[in-house]
Design a protein around this ligand. Structure first.
Ligand SMILES: [Zn+2]
Length: 363
């Protein structure tokens, strides 16, 4: 039996299991009684511990979304889950049995993967499933295929301009793929495609944008030789693209399939967004969500950094597949906006909320 709607001991109503629903506090007796009337029916054996975790995660997500709206008052995130799609209809509560999540329907979603914690969790999960599906298909294809994880970085310092770093890295990466000698090398090794993830952290040495790239080969390769070859190529590409030149040791890292599998299984997990503590990287670096969280806790500098990040990453793709790879691995092309609302396709209607309750949830 599904139990999407439950009530906690402190009369906070929760849509259980969903990544995108509010914790609802009934502020008035009228709301409480009307809500109880509809909610208790489907609440069999409440898992209070699980619900408390969900409520905390959801409350964190909404607090962070509010902070993003404050920092970016002109961006689409300001409309997200705050307006109805069809103003003549109420807000529906739906339940997705496949995902075991409840969510609101007939609400606008911004589909902003970089700045909206709620849409980002949904989109990133969809992209992670695409990665897993692609990897699984590659293994099922029955060849001797292998996937490697390539990481490309270059030196950066406090005060470097993030947009310029990103632009330089984009040029350098394009050079790496199109250089005659690297093209010939990849062809000889049987490379069939790649998937590029663009990531960034901020630490004592300023912004640290970098690429994680999954390389698909027809057969296992000598990763040490390829790493050494790419380290030299990457140096040239960085230099020609106006970037600080990395050392041969530090610019390129290449790991085998075990690491690629691990990377895919962890990539884009919603928990990254909702962690209750600051994730300390190797150099005490903060992710953009860490910056947003710090801003929400009152750190003005972190708020400004998040604004810089949002501006520099606007319009960029989180993951980019090389031409033809999605078709080869039988992964459909889906936009961020489609992923942000995808859960609605397989959902059943549970209830329609009274508008008074909905307004209480969005205040
Ligand atoms: Zn959104």
């Amino acid at each position: 039996m599904i139990t999407p709607l439950c009530i906690t001991p402190n009369s906070t109503f929760i849509l259980a299991g969903g990544a995108d629903c509010h914790a609802i506090t009934a502020n008035t007796a009228q709301n409480e009684s009307s809500a109880l009337g509809t909610l208790t029916k489907s609440c069999a054996t409440p898992d209070f511990k699980g619900l408390a975790q969900i409520a905390l995660r959801r409350a964190t997500n909404y607090a962070l979304q509010n902070e993003a709206v404050k920092l970016l008052p002109n961006e689409r995130v300001r409309f997200c889950l705050r307006h109805r799609v069809d103003a003549t209809k109420g807000i529906e509560v739906k339940y997705n049995e496949k995902r075991e999540q409840a969510h609101y329907s007939n609400v606008q979603r911004c589909g902003s993967v970089w700045v909206c914690p709620i849409c980002s969790a949904q989109i990133s999960e969809g992209r992670r499933q695409e990665l897993k599906q692609g990897m699984a298909h590659w293994q099922r294809m029955g060849q001797d295929g292998a996937v490697y994880l390539l990481t490309l970085t270059n030196p950066h310092h406090h005060g470097d301009n993030l947009a310029q770093l990103l632009e330089g890295q984009k040029k350098a990466l394009h050079r790496l793929w199109t250089l005659r000698k690297s093209r010939e090398m990849f062809k000889a090794l049987g490379k069939v495609g790649h998937i590029t993830a663009t990531e960034v952290t901020h630490g004592v040495n300023g912004w640290h944008p970098h690429y994680h790239i999954l390389l698909f080969f027809k057969k296992p390769i000598n990763s040490k030789s390829l790493r050494n070859f790419l380290a030299s190529c990457w140096q040239n590409c960085c230099e020609k693209s106006g970037l600080k030149v990395p050392s041969l040791e530090h610019g390129v890292d290449l790991r085998d399939g075990k690491y690629a599998d691990k990377y895919v299984s962890k990539w884009g997990l919603a928990d990254e967004v909702t962690k209750g503590h600051i994730k300390k990287g190797r150099e005490g670096s903060a992710t953009p969500w860490d910056l947003l969280r710090l801003s929400e806790e009152g750190c003005k500098k972190s708020g400004r950094l998040f604004q810089v990040f949002a501006d520099a990453f606007k319009g960029k793709r989180q993951l980019s597949w090389s031409k033809g790879l999605k078709r080869l691995l039988e992964v459909d092309e889906v936009t961020d906006e489609e992923l942000a609302t995808e859960t609605e396709k397989d959902s059943v209607e549970v209830d329609i909320l009274a508008m008074e309750i909905w307004r209480n949830t969005t205040l």
